[in-house]
Every structure is written in C-alpha cells, then in structure tokens.
Ligand binder design. Structure first.
Ligand SMILES: Cc1ncc(C[n+]2csc(CCOP(=O)(O)OP(=O)(O)O)c2C)c(N)n1
Ligand SMILES: [Mg+2]
Length: 281
C-alpha cells in the first residue's frame, strides 16, 4: 500500500488540525515514503490524536512523553521515518524538559507541534504559549503567566532545524514538513493553529493577519539573525525555516549504531540477558 488514508476524526469542524493532518499526508506522499515505513508518535491531547487518523504505524504515549518514545523507536530502528505530532501543552508544558534535552541529543526525527496556544482537549486552560491575560471559560481571571517562545528556545538550545508554519498556509507547511522529514537530525516545527472552541483570541483571522512568510532571499544559516527574527512576534510572526545547520546526528556518534545496521537487526545473544537476570535471583 503506497497511499496514505485518513480516517474520520473527533476534531471540531474548522479546527486547524485538519489541514496539518492533510499537509502531512501530502508531504509524505510527495516524498515517496510508504505508510509501513512511518511511525507516528504522540502524547495526549487533540493534536496528539493525529497518529490515530493516518494509516501508518503509531504510538500514543503519556501526556508530555511523546519524544522519549519517538527517539527510542528511532534509536532501535533507524530505517523508520519517525514523526511526532503533539500539542503545545504536551510538547512545551508536560514535555518541556524532554523538548530541551532531546534537542541536545539530536536523534533524527521530525517534531510537529500543533500550537493552538491552549490546552484544547481539557477545554481551555492556559498552555505555555498562551498570551498573558488570555481569558477562557476556565481561566476566568486571565492567564497570569508570560508565554514562552518555543522557536527562540529551540534555536538557543542548539537545534539544527527550526521552523514555524501556519495551518492556514498548507503550501508552505507541506514544503517545511518535507524539509523537516529529510533533515538528518532533530527537526522542530512550531505550527500556528487556531482552536476554534477554546481560544477566541488567536483565531484563524488573527494568524492569517500575523503570519509573514520568509522570502526566498532569507538566509537560514545565520544563527544570530534567526534568534533576532524568532523574537519578532508582536507585529508580524515570521513563518518558514528560520534556522538550519548541519549537525552530527545521534546515530553517527554512537559506536554501536554508526556502522549503519539498525539495532533491531543486530545479532543478540539472549544468554547474556538471561545470565544477568539470574545473577539477581
Ligand atoms: C500528566 C498529565 N497531566 C495532565 C493531563 C490532562 N491533559 C490531557 S490533554 C491535556 C492538554 C493538552 O493540550 P495540548 O497538548 O496543547 O493539546 P491540544 O488538546 O490543545 O491539541 C491535559 C492537561 C494528563 N492526561 N496527564
Ligand atoms: Mg494545545
């Protein structure tokens, strides 16, 4: 089976998740990757349902724990194309620590964060990217915390591929996703996405007005420029590949993995494990 299929979803009509799912499907098909070669990984949330709606291998873990499961799978079987789709809460809140240290580890996976600036599944609590003062049905006095800037954080932490997309610009999103999947290392994409039910401020119209696609003349290899650009979020929000640097990925640095034979195909001597277990009995 070479074509991907999508399934009926439980998302609200008008949710940005639909176009992110469809953009991913298009990106994978245009890259000529087969469904059986893909592992989709997520944590918990509306965004984290994405793996359940695409006909590929999938694993949904605990809230905030998508990255550890994804990199474990990739480390075991380098032949898999491993893609994480999860929310801003999942990736930057509950999974914030994994986010930073995963950048340092640089395993070859793509991480697509559906950033609706809200905890959607649990009906509107502030997420790490919610605007300060945001009032929702359950955050009635307004969010008292200042937002973190995931793109700035990723570049500052040493990520080699950092991009921002918008669910309403699928042409650009498909092209960013293709580059992220092909990038040999950890590729991070923050995707602006409206939550039509619980975030009444950062709407489709808001993002449409704010999103400013980078021009062809932009040079993504200048780290200081990328940092400066990633701090621009109040007048316009730049979208596209903000930073790109070739870095040695995890597999090429590991003695056991760098020869190229995936761990799952390497010969195992079961007696070593049995002897170890028996030494504790
Ligand atoms: C450890 C833990 N804390 C909290 C929850 C409850 N919970 C489930 S999903 C979620 C928020 C999801 O928000 P986000 O990741 O932004 O995804 P969205 O639904 O907005 O797509 C929360 C708080 C949980 N399941 N596990
Ligand atoms: Mg969210």
């Amino acid at each position: 089976m070479d074509k991907f299929t999508t399934y009926e979803t439980a998302w609200c009509p008008g949710c940005g998740n639909f176009s992110i799912l469809n953009s991913l499907k298009t990106a994978l098909e245009e890259l000529g990757i087969r469904p059986d070669e893909v592992l989709m990984v997520a944590g918990i949330g509306q965004a984290a349902k994405t793996p359940q709606y695409l006909s590929a291998n999938s694993f949904c873990g605990l809230h905030g724990r998508a990255l550890p499961a994804a990199i474990a799978a990739k480390i075991s079987n380098e032949k898999l194309t491993v893609i994480v789709n999860s929310g801003d809460g999942d990736s930057y809140g509950e999974g914030g620590n994994h986010f930073i240290h995963n950048i340092r580890r640089n395993v070859n996976i793509a991480h697509f964060v559906h950033d609706n600036q809200i905890y959607g599944l649990t009906k509107g609590q502030a997420s790490p990217t919610s605007d300060e003062g945001l009032v929702t049905g359950v955050q009635t006095d307004g969010n008292s915390m200042s937002p973190l800037n995931p793109v700035l954080l990723a570049i500052a932490s040493g990520a080699g591929f950092v991009a921002r997309g918008f669910s309403g610009d699928s042409k650009q999103l498909v092209s960013i996703m293709k580059e992220a999947i092909l990038y040999p290392g950890y590729a991070f994409v923050d995707i602006l996405q409206p939550c039509i039910s619980f975030n009444k401020i950062n709407t489709f119209a808001y993002y449409k007005n704010m999103a400013a696609p980078l021009g062809d003349d932009y040079d993504p290899t200048n780290r200081l420029e990328a940092i400066k650009l990633s701090m621009e979020v109040s007048d316009k929000i730049p979208t596209g590949i903000l930073y790109r640097e070739e870095k040695t990925e995890f597999h090429r640095k590991n003695r056991l993995l760098k020869e190229g034979q995936p761990l799952v195909e390497q010969k195992r001597d079961e007696s070593v494990l049995e002897n170890l277990i028996h030494s504790f009995i």
